[in-house]
Write a protein that binds this ligand. Structure first.
Ligand code: SAM
Ligand code: SF4
Length: 331
């Protein structure tokens, strides 16, 4: 049975970061030289992740998303997918990836039981993409998306963080992509993630709020109509251009918090349960696990997370969490 938190929200979703390592250095997520990495000993083993996922499933958590860092840089990820997909109660298993290694793994991931992928993509221009990610090749991501589509990892959602002066002039190009292809583009408002954000100027000036993006799109391409996506409805609100195949979504993390409908908790790669992305309150699961805690003990720690999940964040009035970069939590 799914558990309710102190504000009556059913907690049914766990995001698991499987690594703090990444093959890119997106400028809103990681400093150029990366963040201090956990040692291999500090990272949860796959067996430990499995135990936590089993405990979560027994508490009614039915949806799991693997993230990172970049989940596809961790060796053996396909095997982890296979194990998690076989846990009774987990009926929705997805992944968020930068797509760079997706073409190599899409088919095996789908065969192992992964249902869908979200791919992060902030520019459709190769040089700009390389600059934002500090070294990524756009072509690799596009091939990855194609391989995911062919493998049936659908619907693919595209996460696009919009940054003023960096890629905000491309929102219409992204929207155009939805006209003839089944692209589901989600525009994400830039969040201030303490240690990771390496945008030097005042970050607030770089945020482009959803209303502004929407206005830009509608001015050129026409009025958006409310739309539904077939799977994995999260915090985004979805729309469609008239006659379009794909959809456009907006994740208004800063301008209009959606905490009242938040259904998730997060597990960091080093085994800390984070009831809220934007609060540094964490519950250590790794130490008890390594001291021999069984499923029941892990369940009671997970329930503690549910009980202490904050009501909302306050990004509109204050800066984000200090303790970790986004790459260390998983978005
Ligand atoms: N490496 C994978 C990827 O890029 O998809 C998974 C981890 S990444 C931390 C997860 C998501 O967080 C990505 O879609 C990324 O765009 C988003 N993200 C990272 N830093 C952000 C920030 N400061 N504001 C908003 N979104 C951010
Ligand atoms: Fe890596 Fe994803 Fe962060 Fe980019 S957003 S640096 S791909 S973890």
């Amino acid at each position: 049975m799914t558990h309710l938190d102190a504000y009556n929200r059913p907690i049914s979703y766990l995001r698991i970061s499987v690594t703090d390592r990444c093959n890119l250095r997106c400028l809103y997520c990681m400093p150029r030289d990366g963040v201090p990495l956990c040692s291999h000993h500090e990272i949860l083993t796959y067996e430990e992740i499995e135990t936590i996922a089993r405990a979560a499933a027994e508490l009614g958590i039915s949806k799991v998303r693997l993230t990172g860092g970049e989940p596809l840089v961790r060796t053996g990820i396909v095997e982890l997918v296979r194990v998690l997909a076989s846990i009774p109660g987990i009926d929705d298993l997805a992944m968020t990836t930068n797509g760079i290694r997706l073409s190599r793994h899409a088919l095996a991931l789908a065969e192992a039981g992964l249902l869908r992928v979200n791919v992060s993509l902030d520019s459709l221009r190769p040089e700009r993409f390389e600059r934002i990610t500090r070294g990524g090749r756009l072509e690799d991501v596009l091939h990855g998306m194609e391989a995911a589509r062919e493998a049936g990892l659908q619907p693919i959602k595209i996460n696009t963080v919009v940054i003023r002066g960096t890629n905000d002039d491309e929102v219409v190009d992204f929207a155009r992509k939805t006209m003839h292809q089944y692209w589901n583009v989600r525009f994400i408002e830039l969040m201030p993630m303490g240690r990771g954000l390496s945008i030097e100027d005042e970050w607030r000036e770089k945020i482009v709020i959803a209303q502004e993006i929407r206005r830009k799109v509608e001015t050129v391409l026409g009025k958006l109509e409310p739309a539904k996506v077939s799977a994995g409805n999260g915090p985004a609100r979805y729309y469609r251009l008239p006659g379009a195949r794909g959809t456009l979504g907006f994740i208004t993390a800063v301008s209009d918090h959606f905490c009242y409908q938040c259904n998730r908790m997060r597990l960091t790669a080093d085994g800390q349960l984070r009831p809220c992305l934007l609060s540094d309150h964490e519950i250590d699961l790794r130490t008890p696990l390594r001291q021999g805690a069984g499923i029941e003990e892990i369940k009671s720690l997970l329930l503690k997370g549910v009980e202490t999940k904050p009501r909302r964040h306050h990004l509109a009035e204050s800066d984000g969490p200090e303790k970790r970069a986004m790459s260390q939590i998983g978005g």
